[in-house]
Design a protein around this ligand. Structure first.
Ligand SMILES: Nc1nc2c(c(=O)[nH]1)N[C@H]1C(S)=C(S)[C@@H](COP(=O)(O)OP(=O)(O)OC[C@H]3O[C@@H](n4cnc5c(=O)[nH]c(N)nc54)[C@H](O)[C@@H]3O)O[C@H]1N2
Ligand SMILES: Nc1nc2c(c(=O)[nH]1)N[C@H]1C(S)=C(S)[C@@H](COP(=O)(O)OP(=O)(O)OC[C@H]3O[C@@H](n4cnc5c(=O)[nH]c(N)nc54)[C@H](O)[C@@H]3O)O[C@H]1N2
Ligand SMILES: [Mo]
Length: 767
């Protein structure tokens, strides 16, 4: 028997021990220094060795036979067999094709936006790898902002300045400060430890549950305003709001503050601009409609009395208003972010310890954590000579409407005409909205190249697929800014099948294109790791921290850097609050912009000059709700990261289609029983799910987490439960152009015998 290795590795969901024997990962176990380790890695051994791994380079048959310009090459994309090729041949073909497109159409016809979370190591960071490679070839059409927070990334700089945007991801109020000072924690969209299991690049101490236990013991009032009770640890007061209506509820609360004389006018005068204009909207001077709690109640479904009481409590006590990222992943998602800032400003507690406003607590693990944030350790991407870009979630618009104009945050831009797409480290056929529309858009480019470890829905829809290694098949360094740990992430097993590291795939493509030196700088992976690490050690020295040598880190496997700072006691707003004249915010007025002349100047109907209730196209109050009466929310999955390792979960009997939470009344009127198969549908598509009847969801709302591998059957119904066959693919507004995933109406029905038999499922097989 070959020897066993047991070592620690890091991942987006934290550190864990891996046991490998020979060329197999045998098991994983918890990292003993994590107070609340995630269960996500337990599916890893099955996923790494799954039959859906891409064994070797593969090219879609018609594309290989007829070339990229033949009609079948596009129309049969995703519908045909792949032909496996030796690496040398496949790399030759891809290099020639990238060269052809670059020469004939220019690099502004190559889309390398390539959004996705890939894996956690710092060097084998898939997106940096593909971006560096494409930059060497002359550049690529990029994408800006993220699916996670695009609307926030657009609105926050107008309201608080760009500097604050950086703080949004860190420690405005740390968990210890909240424990010490906060009396009322008002959480729009909750704070869910299920989500803070994960953080970009890693999270070694899972702290959220522990902090909530402390908050409970300390008697901090916790109010969870969310369509689902489960969005916050047990024990909080739950206000089950209608999705997409938080702005109205916040306005109702603001109206009470104003009418009861509880608005902190001193704070507004000293630190804010434009309250008077907003006030005229709040009181109805502008549009004849006072935004009273009664007005708000009819929209958001929370009783006016509750809003009244909450407003008084918020004004009387040290209150922190937090807003989950989910609220802005919806049509007009800029508004709840701006309105929450306006509400917090009216309360006058911004800058006070434990008070004010916070975004994204619970969304990822690093937020609220009290550590000194060190720089360094990124694989350099080089310069992109192509200036064209798209807001990340506008991919289908771009492919369907080349040359068409669109608005984005004050700019008028045009969609480029894309001939070649290169994706590495993401899964658009999991993450994008309205997948039926994406399927149509995906027919437009001449060539699609994907590097992937697994045959995901995206890999299946590529022309050329390069089999990539996973983190467990290569050495790397693990390090995240909001985390105190540093890891040497060892290769546990040799590459599965004939997989290669992304770095080696791009090095070999670069070599064929005469760009080898430019891409590699004459370093192999090991040399890059040592080079990047030495830069990090130097940066640490500047911060007075001694990091071990690379060899020593490799031997130790991990270390805990002395960057934890539990005595952090000021909010990052401190300087501005102490002296707004000498330390202004980087907004046009130097103050918090409750009204923004810049935004008003853009003239956008879907994002006016102050926070405004704008009904979305799809919500429970829209006409469309007569046909599709349930609001679908599609949160992140608790048992995995997005679509990663889904293949292992889908193999577990009874786990698929994905369970969807529905209210008992919604189930009853449709004759749906617990654990039975249901069909969710609207005018865009349909998918199966398994009914999970629960009192923890608001009536009229259904929750189906993301992550299932898109598997449309002949009639187009996705049989795994991917909510993105149903979601709406429009920008949040002309300002942010983010994803509107959470604005979606559906109807559901018990799946009938004919649907199930077409899918090779029968009622008898229901668990
Ligand atoms: N309906 C709905 N849709 C959503 C959301 C929602 O709330 N609702 N949320 C959105 C958000 S916020 C996000 S961030 C996205 C997430 O969407 P994605 O980031 O696209 O999802 P992942 O499944 O993490 O995709 C990463 C892919 O990289 C691959 N990979 C892993 N390691 C490597 C590697 O080393 N090399 C290469 N080449 N590939 C690798 C994985 O196998 C996987 O296919 O989803 C978005 N979609
Ligand atoms: N386990 C795990 N954790 C993850 C991820 C993962 O894939 N798996 N992905 C990570 C990523 S990339 C991101 S961006 C973050 C996302 O972090 P978030 O965007 O904050 O999380 P979601 O899970 O999409 O949504 C949280 C909850 O918001 C509620 N909600 C939806 N719409 C509304 C609304 O209109 N109003 C109110 N009040 N509530 C609403 C839903 O009930 C939902 O459960 O999570 C990260 N954490
Ligand atoms: Mo995200």
């Amino acid at each position: 028997m070959s020897e066993k290795t047991i070592k620690v590795t890091s991942s987006h969901w934290g550190a864990f021990n891996v046991t490998a024997q020979g060329n197999r990962i045998v098991s994983v176990s918890d990292f003993e220094h994590d107070p609340n380790p995630s269960n996500i890695p337990y599916n890893l051994p099955a996923a790494v060795h799954h039959s859906s791994r891409v064994a070797r380079p593969s090219i879609h048959k018609s594309w290989l036979e007829h070339g990229p310009l033949h009609k079948d090459s596009r129309s049969l994309r995703g519908k045909e067999k792949f032909v496996e090729l030796p690496w040398d041949e496949a790399l030759d073909i891809a290099a020639r094709e990238i060269h052809r497109v670059s020469k004939d159409s220019g690099n502004q016809s190559i889309f390398g936006g390539s959004y996705g979370w890939a894996s956690a190591g710092r060097f084998h960071h898939a997106l940096s790898q593909v971006h560096r490679f494409l930059n060497c070839t002359g550049g690529y059409v990029s994408s800006v902002a993220s699916y996670s927070t695009a609307a926030a990334q657009a609105i926050i700089p107008h309201v608080f300045g760009v500097h604050f945007l950086k703080l949004m991801w860190s420690e405005l109020n740390t968990w210890p400060m909240i424990a010490e000072h906060t009396e009322t924690l008002v959480m729009f969209g909750g704070i869910n430890p299920k989500n803070s299991q994960v953080s970009m690049g890693g999270v070694t101490h899972h702290e959220t549950n522990g902090w909530f236990k402390q908050f409970e013991q300390l008697g901090i009032r916790r109010i969870n305003i969310s369509p689902q009770r489960t969005d916050t640890p047990d024990g909080a007061k739950w206000l089950g709001i209608r999705p997409g209506t938080d702005t109205a509820m916040m306005l109702g609360i603001a109206w009470v503050l104003e009418s009861e004389g509880l608005t902190d006018t001193g704070f507004l005068q000293k630190y804010c601009t434009g309250f008077e204009k907003f006030r005229a909207y709040l009181t109805g001077e502008i549009d004849g409609q006072s935004k009273t709690p009664e007005w708000a109640a009819a929209i958001c479904g929370i009783e006016s009395k509750v809003m009244h009481e909450l407003a008084l409590q918020m004004a009387k006590t040290r209150t922190l208003v937090t807003v989950a990222w989910s609220l802005q992943r919806a049509e007009h998602g800029e508004q709840p972010y701006w309105m929450a800032a306006t509400l917090a400003a009216m309360l006058g507690q911004i800058g006070k310890p434990g008070g004010g406003i916070g975004y994204g607590y619970g969304a990822i693990g690093g937020i609220g954590v009290s550590v000194k944030r060190l720089g360094g350790l990124t694989f350099p991407q080089g310069e992109n000579s192509v200036k064209e870009f798209i807001p990340v979630a506008r991919i289908a618009d771009m492919l369907l409407q080349p040359g068409e104009p669109f608005d984005f945050n004050g700019q008028k831009l045009h969609y480029p005409d894309i001939k070649l797409v290169y994706w590495c480290g993401g899964n658009p056929f999991h993450h994008h909205q309205d997948l039926g529309r994406l399927e149509r858009a995906w027919q437009q480019p001449e060539t699609i190249i994907v590097n992937e470890p697994w045959w995901t829905a995206t890999a299946q829809r590529a022309d050329i697929v390069f089999s990539a290694t996973t983190s467990y098949e290569r050495n790397d360094i693990g390090r995240a800014q909001g985390d105190s740990y540093l890891f040497h992430m060892p290769a546990f097993i040799p590459p599965v099948g004939e997989a290669k590291d992304d770095y080696d795939i791009f090095s070999e493509l670069a070599e064929r294109m005469g760009l080898s030196e430019l891409f590699t700088e004459n370093r192999n992976s090991e040399e890059w790791l040592r080079y990047l690490y030495s830069g990090f050690v130097k940066e640490c020295e500047q911060d007075g921290i001694t990091a071990p040598s690379y060899d020593s880190l490799e031997e130790q496997n991990w270390i805990d850097l002395p960057v934890r700072n539990p005595t952090f006691s000021k909010t990052q707003f401190n300087a501005f609050i102490e002296d707004p004249e000498s330390s202004p915010l980087d907004t046009p007025s130097g103050k918090i912009e409750i009204f923004s002349s810049t935004i008003e100047g853009f003239g956008y109907e879907d994002c006016p000059g102050h926070a405004t209730w704008l009904p979305p196209t799809e919500w429970l109050g829209s006409d469309k709700a007569k046909t599709y009466p349930l609001h679908l929310v599609s949160p992140q999955p608790g048992d995995k990261l997005h679509s990663q390792m889904e293949c292992a979960i889908a193999d577990i009997p009874g786990e698929r289609p994905t369970p969807a939470s529905i209210h008992p009344e919604d189930a009853k009127v449709r004759g749906i029983t617990d654990n039975s198969y249901i069909r969710l549908f609207n005018n865009r598509g349909a998918c199966l799910a398994k009914a999970k009847i629960s009192n923890d969801i608001r009536q009229g709302v259904i929750s189906l987490p993301t992550g299932a591998w898109f598997s449309p059957t002949e009639d187009g119904t996705d049989n795994q439960g991917n909510p993105n066959v149903l979601t709406l693919d429009i920008g949040t507004s002309s300002l942010g152009q983010g994803s509107s995933a959470h604005s979606c109406l559906v109807e559901i029905e018990q799946a009938n015998e004919s649907t199930l038999s077409k899918l090779n499922l029968s009622k008898q097989t229901q668990e």
